[in-house]
Write a protein that binds this ligand. Structure first.
Ligand code: ADP
Ligand code: GLC
Length: 495
């Protein structure tokens, strides 16, 4: 029996781990849902029925037809359970939209899918129908939409709900991706807007899914407190800072957590040896195994630096590419292992460097969840330059694995990484290194500081202990979301 006052929250997203993932959005949506369930919320998830999702969801059954709209044939809403959890997940099954091979947003050759507006308008329509109780499921109290892919949800919901109906909370994971399309495409997406709603979706003569979400959601969140402040400024607002600033009274920054069941050196299914703060022998074994796996020199004392992430402008992968030869030339024992994929040109640049430092440089252009764990487990230092970083999960994963992050203090990186200065080292709060300048000089200087401290084992041990013992769990953040959901529900009931 479900308690009558139990909150029903439907989390809508384009990616949910482990069903489909290109980045942290997938980790965050899955882990938040699990943390909410622990708090007694009836949390469910909805996403597109990509092949990888169809392959993994358990007890999958069709629960309702989805009518054909906007030139897309009829589909089905499927219901099942997450592979590793009892959580319910709904899959929006439109085979012609989600089952034509390639990546989640791009074709196999890396080019953008031109029908992305249609693909994600269809997701938003289906999520709304589900939340409104139109598909035979109980209506939701809250629809929690994420990023531009579900930016139309607050708009569609506002058009259809009755008093007391579901409220919308919209989380921005990344302001850089805005879901733009020609305005005159909207009717073809079955999106009909006038007056106020037209102004909400219109962005310099185009339609912006992100802007619609930002203007029309009942509440906005971003994934770190610092990013919530940053996006009100032109530097980080990507043209929407004015829109955000106008809604500052309905905006909160809530730091993502990480899922300790997966991302901990005691639980990781992919490490060659497990370890913890109390027994770090396993970390040394992980380092040796990694050096062996990657063909790096077997040297336990060599500072091993890693980069795991998207090879994009956001992640300063261009600056890393430029800095890498200088970084390795600086000291003969430095090693660097990279795992990533992204912009084709940057990928090519790294491929070209691959043979230049035998035994000291390992480049893997690709995507591997297991290898990401082994890199965090075996490395000493994580290099995480970012021009902007809404939250960043990678630095938290690294810290949990005792790998010290070198970051630019922006967004969630500023909120989670404390620079090792004389003062923070003596107060025992330091857990990483900062660099302000988004260029080679800034990056190299910070890496040099990190490597210098690495060569002082006592100080390094202390830094590592602080990093490993930080509380990055979802508990506190899920409580903050819960408080917002409750507030929205009571506002809706007062109307
Ligand atoms: P973003 O979402 O901006 O890419 P985050 O740090 O929030 O950044 O999350 C990135 C997630 O994607 C992490 O779980 C990271 O391990 C993973 N990831 C990124 N690139 C790769 C890759 N090439 N192989 C494996 N995991 C990757
Ligand atoms: C986005 C951001 C990243 C954040 C992730 C999860 O992909 O780029 O900083 O950690 O979403 O919220």
């Amino acid at each position: 029996m479900i308690a009558p006052d139990r909150l029903r929250v439907l989390i809508a997203a384009s990616e949910i781990y482990p069903l489909a993932k290109t980045g942290g959005l997938a980790d965050a949506t899955a882990a938040l849902a699990a943390a909410l369930a622990e708090l007694g919320v009836e949390a469910t998830l909805v996403m597109p029925a990509y092949q990888s999702a169809l392959d993994q969801v358990r007890e999958l059954a069709s629960i309702a037809p989805l009518s054909s709209r906007a030139g897309v044939g009829p589909g089905r809403m499927l219901k099942g359970r997450m592979p590793d959890h009892e959580l319910t997940v709904f899959l929006v099954d439109h085979p012609e939209l989600y089952l034509d091979g390639g990546g989640l947003y791009v074709h196999a050759d890396g080019s953008d899918r031109p029908n992305n507006p249609l693909r994600f308008a269809a997701l938003s329509h289906a999520a709304c129908a589900l939340a409104l109780g139109q598909l035979g499921q109980p209506a939701a109290d809250i629809v929690h939409a994420n990023d531009w892919h579900t930016g139309l949800v607050p708009l569609l919901l506002a058009q259809q709900r009755e008093a007391g109906g579901p409220s919308s909370l919209f989380t921005v994971h990344n302001m850089a991706f805005q879901g733009l399309c020609p305005l005159d495409l909207l009717p073809d997406l079955d999106v009909h807007v006038e007056d106020e709603q037209f102004r909400a979706v219109e962005y310099f003569g185009q339609a912006s899914f992100l802007k619609a979400g930002l203007v029309l959601a009942d509440w906005l969140t971003t994934v770190s407190p610092r990013y919530a402040q940053e996006i009100c400024t032109p530097e980080f607002g990507f043209g929407l800072d004015g829109v955000i600033a106008a809604r500052a009274d309905r905006l909160s920054g809530i730091l993502n957590g990480i899922d300790g069941a997966v991302w901990s050196p005691e639980n990781s299914p992919w490490l060659p040896a497990r370890y913890s703060l109390d027994n770090l022998d396993g970390k040394a074994r992980c380092k040796e195994a990694l050096q062996r796996e990657l063909g790096l020199n077997l040297d336990p004392n060599a500072p091993l630096i890693t980069f795991v992430g998207r090879l994009t402008w956001q992640k300063m992968a261009d600056v890393l590419l430029e800095s890498l030869p200088l970084m390795l030339d600086a000291e003969p024992d430095r090693q660097l292992a990279l795992l990533g994929e992204g912009d084709r040109e940057i990928e090519l640049g790294f491929r070209e460097l691959a043979g230049r430092f035998p035994g000291r440089l390992a480049i893997d252009i690709g995507y591997s969840e297991a290898k990401a764990h082994r890199l965090h487990g075996g490395a000493d230092i994580l290099l995480h330059g970012s021009r902007f970083e809404p939250c960043g999960l990678t630095q938290m994963y690294a810290m949990k694995f005792g790998t010290i992050p070198v970051v630019r203090p922006v967004g969630g990186l500023a909120d989670t990484v404390i620079d090792a200065t004389q003062e923070s080292l003596s107060s025992g709060t330091a857990n990483g290194f900062h660099f302000d300048q988004a260029d080679t000089e800034g990056m190299l200087e910070a890496v040099a500081r990190a490597v210098a401290l690495y060569r002082q084992p006592d100080s390094w041990r202390q830094l590592r202990a602080v990093a490993m013992s930080a509380d990055f769990s979802w508990q506190g953040s899920a409580q903050r979301y819960l408080a917002l959901y409750r507030k929205l529900r009571s506002e809706a009931r007062r109307v």
